[in-house]
Design a protein around this ligand. Structure first.
Ligand code: AKB
Length: 318
């Protein structure tokens, strides 16, 4: 049975990955960590520890003490915040990863690291973006993501650390808000649709980005780590996607369930610039071929579930 440590557990992905990992590998085999003193309820039904990924000594100590063999390294800043705080983004996204890889090398752990569609840039082929292609991102987030992909590849090649990862698109979820990403509008829109019946979108109509519903994102993280090593030609940074849409399409999907829903626009120039530098749609055939990636939710199935869950939680009376 795996012994797993997760960094950044209190974030959007961690708060849903932890319960799934505990279901699969046993509650006592999954240690959730984060810098937050008030973590979400979903992750505190088992071991929870305060851990800053910039503190390599403490990572080492935890991995040793809890006999960890697998690290899911989720602690990172998203694209919008990274652009506002590039110095901090470098520290957390690169120094943090470097610390985790060094501990993994010394104590022989496997490592999952999420990369992102942010690892691509304006010179990348934007449609059906291939697995292996031009990567010249123009955001600080992108710079850290490409560097992280290379670092993970290096640790595998040079030190045989079992590093694996996926390039996540925007992830839509309903447990913990993402906070600071360019694709966050596609989460916020559901909350506002339920709470106010209207939404002001900060990304222009016609801007297409890849997206995925959280259950598929969780499945991807677990599946790639479980894949037999001999099947993997790639290792880190598998393209994965479940759908691509622009703001008009997600609004239209919501209107199928909430016909009075209204949307207008107030563009955030920094996020718009980032969004336009990212692909319109990824080719994820390598992940499909090498570890049977096969997402379950399309846009309408996701909308139905998001609205159902949020309606129950935010408007229980209606
Ligand atoms: C962001 O928008 O920064 C993230 C991502 C696509 O990596 N959701």
């Amino acid at each position: 049975m795996k012994r797993i440590l997760v960094t950044g557990s209190a974030g959007q992905i961690g708060s849903e990955l932890i319960p799934e990992l505990r279901k699969k590998y046993g509650k006592d085999n999954v240690i959730a960590t984060d810098i937050r003193k008030d973590p979400p309820l979903s992750i505190i039904d088992g071991e929870y520890e305060i851990l800053d990924c910039l503190d390599r000594k403490k990572i080492f100590q935890f991995v040793k003490e809890f006999k960890i063999d697998t690290i899911y390294h989720l602690a990172a800043l998203l694209s919008g915040v990274a652009e506002a705080k590039p110095d901090l983004a470098w520290k957390i996204n690169i120094d943090g990863l470097y610390n985790v890889l060094e501990v993994a090398r010394e104590l022989n752990c496997s490592v999952f690291t999420p990369s992102s569609i942010g690892a691509f840039g304006p010179t990348t082929p934007p449609d059906k973006t291939p697995q292996d292609t031009i990567q010249r991102p123009t955001s600080m987030y992108g710079v850290t993501k490409v560097s992280g992909e290379l670092l993970c590849d290096y640790y595998f090649k040079r030190f045989k650390v079992d590093t694996r990862g996926v390039r996540y698109p925007g992830i839509i979820s309903n447990v913990t808000l993402p906070g600071g990403g360019t694709t966050d509008y596609a989460v916020d829109i559901y909350y506002k649709a339920i709470q106010e019946g209207k939404f002001t979108c900060n990304i222009k109509k016609g801007t297409f980005m890849d997206m995925m519903y959280m259950p598929d994102a969780i499945e991807a993280a677990i599946q790639v780590m479980e894949a037999p090593a001999e099947n993997l030609q790639h290792r880190n940074a598998f393209n994965v996607t479940a759908m691509t849409f622009d703001p008009e399409m997600i609004a239209a999907s919501i209107k199928k369930y909430l016909p009075d829903f209204k949307m207008d626009y107030q563009i955030d120039p920094i996020k718009q610039d980032i969004a336009e530098s990212w692909p319109n749609s990824l080719d994820d055939s390598a992940a499909r071929k090498e570890w049977n990636w096969n997402p379950k939710y399309d846009l309408d199935a996701m909308t139905k579930d998001m609205l159902f869950v949020l309606q129950k939680r935010l408007n229980p009376e209606s």
